[in-house]
Design a protein around this ligand. Sequence first.
Ligand code: ADP
Ligand code: MG
Length: 354
Amino acid sequence: MVRVEARSIGKSYGGVRVLDRVSALFQPGLLTSLLGPSGSGKTTLLRVIGGFVAPDEGEIRFDGENVTSVPLWRRNVGMVFQSYALFPHMTVQQNVVFGLNRRGVRGETARKETARALEMVRLTGFEARRPKELSGGQQQRVALARAIVTNPRVLLLDEPLSALDRRLRQEMQIELRRIQRESGLTTIFVTHDQEEALTLADSVAILDRGKIVQEGPPGVIYERPRTRFAASFLGDANFFTGRVIEGGIATATGVVRTDDRLPAIGANATVAVRPEKMKILDEAAADVAAPYGNRLAAVVSEIVYAGAVSTVLLKSADGSQIKILTQNREARLPAPGESVTLAWSAAHCVLIDA
Ligand code: ADP
Ligand code: MG
């Protein structure tokens, strides 16, 4: 199990800085999601780690060893590309054994290793098929078998599930997780899908314009975003901005309280609140007296019903939009135009860098 480290990696294309001195740590044996919007530099960083692209500056270290100038074929990484890039004229067996042969592994050893990789991805019995005789999910598994057959030091996956439909993608996420656990490979999984990043990963690293802005376990990244970008890219968030006063932040719609340590009185401050942390107070129930730190009057503008949950869009007195997510547990949802009171705890107000 290899510890992968990117140290101050810089990379420009035609004068445009794609990676801006990125530093990141990928823990041994864990799956880290590299999450960021399109164009943020995810693929470039993955290619630099794999040795497909040389950085302009910085170092890649595997277990402390500087591999920056170690060529691709000696770095021994397994990579699955966004398009699976299987050889269409070759069988499954030939596709998987290819990387072994290229490394000079042949005969019985190659056959054994190939069988082991195909078993790992549950494709035993498919050896003689060609890619076009396989479903998208099965082709995906072949690509994965091909990446792990050489016992790589690191497994690099570049949006490997993006071509699959939703159902198959969820199935493959579970499979991928199993394969990663069984193989124990240090894995970097690039995705722009926030839900996928949270579901799959032991750790999430968020990339924004060539910089890692936050890195940590999914629960921490989601619950304690540090910046506006992290808060709104990984999930939804409501923001409240104002001036710090005694006991809270004075905003256009009243005082917002947080358990986080505020800057000095008079300074500007912004907090983020996740939509599911806010609720509509039930005026008839004991709720009204419950000790929520925060309350806010708002008018419902729209309800988006999605079965188990509904998204309720509201407007507060200053005209700003608020989004809440509610489980459809109550007997009725409020109607558009209805005036309600929102409530949420001071613990759910996360102070961020705005
Ligand atoms: P992501 O994978 O996050 O979508 P990429 O790493 O593919 O982002 O690309 C980041 C930026 O670098 C983009 O603006 C892209 O156009 C540019 N870029 C990537 N590879 C090259 C290349 N080989 N030549 C020129 N520009 C490139
Ligand atoms: Mg990409």
